[in-house]
Each structure stands twice: as structure tokens, then as C-alpha cells.
Design a binder for this molecule. Structure first.
Ligand SMILES: NC(=O)c1ccc[n+]([C@@H]2O[C@H](COP(=O)([O-])OP(=O)(O)OC[C@H]3O[C@@H](n4cnc5c(N)ncnc54)[C@H](O)[C@@H]3O)[C@@H](O)[C@H]2O)c1
Length: 281
């Protein structure tokens, strides 16, 4: 295997483990899939984006990465997908989600509901199907990808924020129902740079351009990388996290801990925008 798929012979923490990642063809999901593959796991990805999924499968050149094309908002797709899984699942990463904005752009009933189906219903139903078909391995780990937008909002983000609030609550509910069977945790990313990461896979992170302000507003001094989330997913799925369940871990460079008041510590409110559809995620 080449480049970012090369196996980590030193650790191989997930050898003989089967990991399912939703939305694993692009972005954070792809980075998580690559990280588990490097650690020796067999990966099954389900994603809507056929082209990206097939391209990923070719690039991985490994039988350990399998791509299944489908929309996780569809009940029968999830049922067919689970039937297609050849072996029990040790780790499930519910990563796929999307934003269809909200009140200020007249997000429709169908749009709002679709986001909830992808972001909340699919993680629930996939877990339920694995449980009922006995494909959820004993001592499994489930990681749900939430967002700091579960707690903080920009205008016009209702569909997305509701899904993220939902998946946080789903996480602790499933952790209690699955006690003794699976640990269930969520990760709430802040701003994670996806576009630049995908376009510049060969480049160093240092080459990616963010303004000084974008970096300095984060207490950690930089914007997030997909690897920041992948590392946390590996940890939460590992035995080292055996005493952690029902928990949400915020990975946002400290951004949501920062208190902002006009004219304090260099912050100034210049213009208040409403009505625009916020940055994708
Ligand atoms: N990037 C960020 O700054 C950020 C911040 C907070 C949370 N998140 C969360 O991280 C996760 C991944 O985000 P990303 O930035 O990598 O997004 P992305 O849009 O780059 O990737 C999402 C992937 O999910 C797939 N997908 C979307 N809807 C699907 C569906 N109905 N069925 C199957 N596959 C579907 C897409 O095809 C894509 O491959 C999401 O849950 C997102 O809400 C991202």
C-alpha cells in the first residue's frame, strides 16, 4: 500500500478488527478510514459519493478496504448494507452528515427531515440492525461524529444543529442501552479543514493557507486537521478507552472555550450577518 494507506507495522492496533465508517469516501470519514487501515483493520465504507468511494478503493489497493455505494437516509439501503457485511463489526463510526440550513432560507420539511435521517436516524438504525443480526461484536466500540454546533449556533443552521444535538443525546442513550455490549462515545469537532486537506494530500500541513486571525482565534493556534479527529476516533475505539462510554469529546482547538465580548481582548463586532447559509459544516 502507498502513501497515507501504508500500514503502521509498529502498532497495528486494529489487526483482525472490522470497522464500518459511514461517509468514509471523503473528508474526515476518509481520514478516519485511512487511519484504521494503517492500524491493520478491515474497513467497510458506505457513502453516497460513488466516484469518491471507487477512487478511494483503487488508491488503497487493499482487499481490506471495501466500498458500498448507498444513501444512509434510506431504510432499505441500511438493511441491504448490513446484510452485505461478511463479518461482525468491532467498531462503527457514524460520520456522515450534511447541512441544509434552516429558518432563514426556508429549509423545507423534507430538507430538515432528510438531515435528521442522515445525522440521527441512520446511526440509530445501523446500530439496531447490527445488534439484531448479531453482527455487533462483543465489546464493540461506536463513535458518533457530532459537532460543537450542538451547543453553539450561527444563524440559519437549524437542520444541522438539530441533527448534532440529536446525535449527542443518542450517544448517551445508546451507551446505557448497550452497557456490557458496546461502548458508545461521540466526538465534536470544531473547524476542521477539509477542502485544502483533500486537494493537497501530498503537501505538508504547514503549506496550507489560513489567515493569522483564523489561526490565532483558536487557543491551540491553528485550524483543525482531519487527523485530529481520526486520532481521537482510534483512541475511543481502542482498549485504552475501555472506561469511557456515553461521553462526548470536543476537539476544536479550544475555540468553544473562548469567551468573546465586543471591545474585550481585541474582539470587535463589526457587522452582524443574518440570513446567509452558514459555512457547510
Ligand atoms: N469539517 C468540519 O469542520 C466539521 C466540523 C464539525 C463536525 N463535522 C462533522 O464531521 C463529519 C464529516 O464531515 P466532513 O467535513 O468530512 O464532511 P464532507 O462533506 O467532506 O464528507 C461527508 C461524507 O459523507 C458522505 N455522505 C453525506 N451524506 C450521505 C448519505 N446520505 N449517505 C451516505 N453518505 C453520505 C459524503 O458523500 C461525504 O463522503 C460530519 O458528521 C460533520 O457534520 C465536520
Amino acid at each position: 500500500m502507498q502513501g497515507s494507506f501504508r500500514k503502521n507495522e509498529m502498532t497495528s492496533r486494529f489487526e483482525n478488527k472490522h470497522v464500518v465508517v459511514t461517509g468514509g469516501a471523503r473528508g474526515i470519514g476518509r481520514c478516519i478510514s485511512e487511519a484504521f487501515l494503517r492500524e491493520g483493520a478491515a474497513i467497510t465504507i458506505i457513502d453516497l459519493d460513488k466516484q469518491a468511494g471507487e477512487q478511494l478503493q483503487r488508491a488503497a489497493t487493499s482487499e481490506k478496504l471495501r466500498f458500498y455505494h448507498g444513501d444512509i437516509a434510506e431504510k432499505d439501503v441500511l438493511e441491504r448494507f448490513v446484510k452485505s457485511l461478511g463479518s461482525p463489526v468491532n467498531c462503527l463510526v457514524n460520520n456522515a452528515c450534511l447541512n441544509r440550513c434552516g429558518l432563514l432560507s426556508a429549509c423545507s420539511y423534507d430538507d430538515f427531515e432528510y438531515v435528521q435521517r442522515v445525522g440521527v436516524t441512520a446511526p440509530y438504525y445501523l446500530t439496531s440492525l447490527l445488534l439484531r443480526t448479531r453482527l455487533l461484536s462483543p465489546d464493540a466500540a461506536i463513535v458518533n461524529i457530532a459537532s460543537t454546533r450542538a451547543w453553539q449556533s450561527q444563524p440559519n443552521t437549524e437542520s444541522y444543529s438539530a441533527a448534532k444535538g440529536g446525535i449527542i443525546a443518542l450517544t448517551h442513550a445508546m451507551a446505557i442501552s448497550l452497557a456490557g455490549k458496546a461502548r458508545v462515545n461521540s466526538i465534536s469537532p470544531g473547524w476542521i479543514e477539509i477542502a485544502a486537506w483533500q486537494e493537497s494530500r501530498a503537501k505538508d500541513w504547514a503549506d496550507l493557507e489560513h489567515s493569522e486571525q483564523d489561526k490565532r482565534q483558536h487557543p491551540a493556534g491553528r485550524v483543525g486537521k482531519p487527523e485530529d479527529i481520526a486520532e481521537m476516533a482510534l483512541y475511543l475505539c481502542s482498549d485504552k478507552a475501555g472506561f469511557i462510554t456515553g461521553e462526548n469529546i470536543i476537539v476544536d482547538g479550544g475555540m468553544s472555550r473562548l469567551m468573546v465580548y465586543h471591545n474585550d481582548y481585541g474582539w470587535a463586532l463589526e457587522k452582524q450577518e443574518t440570513g446567509m447559509c452558514a459555512r457547510a459544516l
